[in-house]
Ligand binder design. Sequence first.
Ligand code: MRU
Length: 357
Amino acid sequence: MTIGAVQPVPTVSWDGDAVVLIDQRLLPGRTVFLRCRTVARLADAIASLAVRGAPAIGIAAGYGAVLAALEAPRGRGFRTAVSAGLDLLARTRPTAVNLFHAIGVQRGILESCRSRDQAVEALLSSARRMHEEDLEASRKIGRLGAGLLPEGARVLTHCNAGGLATGGLGTALAVLFEAHSRGRLEKVFADETRPLLQGSRLTAWELSRAGIPVTVLPDSAAASLLRSGAVDAVVTGADRIARNGDVANKIGTYPLALAAAEAGVPFYIAAPVSTFDYGCPDGDSIPIEMRSGDELRKLGGRILAPSRAEVHNPAFDVTPARLVSAVILETGVAFPPLPRSLSKLTAQSVGATICRL
Ligand code: MRU
């Protein structure tokens, strides 16, 4: 399944007895595949961002449940062991709700199985279904979102919400791939996305691979670029959308939304329904992951800050609903007032997700 001429990225796949990941820590320099045959290895890959992006983490955890079932002893204790594996995956990253959504689905399947063999088979087909549904959601998001952009659109995006962050096609980037294939996209500006550079390393890689002109900029240049009139729309992904329409996404998204509002540029969020969390009333209830200070103290082998300096390194921030022009879901485009439009378009997931561990 493609969007325009874009082939899905082999972000996550199942291969016999392993979850296979493209190691995103090494891109764009090297394309290396990581074979995870244990839940512990997969949990480490998620925590260290070998696989990242809300939908991709969810899909990886879906397959991770199969690893947990293969590793668990047969007979008594089987369910407890699989459940412990799922707990380990749930402790990797707290913000992206897709992870908890996928784990919740797999727990339900586990409960309904009577043998190890049955569980392995049922968990694998459930993980494959999640993966296929995500690809289908990307295609629909791309189609709906492309219709919001003007002819010859110049679009700014943040972090990476492409095939690498999903089942292989993307959310924000699915919109851009589709707009490109319709001949409506002039160029993309990609924030580099400090400190882990998902924008310059991953988004620019995906866009270049698709033949889309891309300009990388430091995050701090986005506000003045917006003010200059060089951007027609901002499109980003999301890690969790609360019931009132507040959106958690990569750190730096909130200032981007403020700058877009100031410049009068529409600010769109593209996300699958699995990113919506009916259990979270608002952005203040979304757990924000804090990451190691070393991500700012060091870059490659270079020291960037003294080891004694304290570091504030949240991985995500929350953009209030009032700054969001629309949320592009696979079920439709939610315009303000978001609480009402989102509740209509995400009805199928009501009650299916959780707010925290
Ligand atoms: O820390 P990351 O790289 O997992 O953060 C990813 C993002 O913030 C993405 O924008 C989000 O997950 C949406 S991906 C379709």
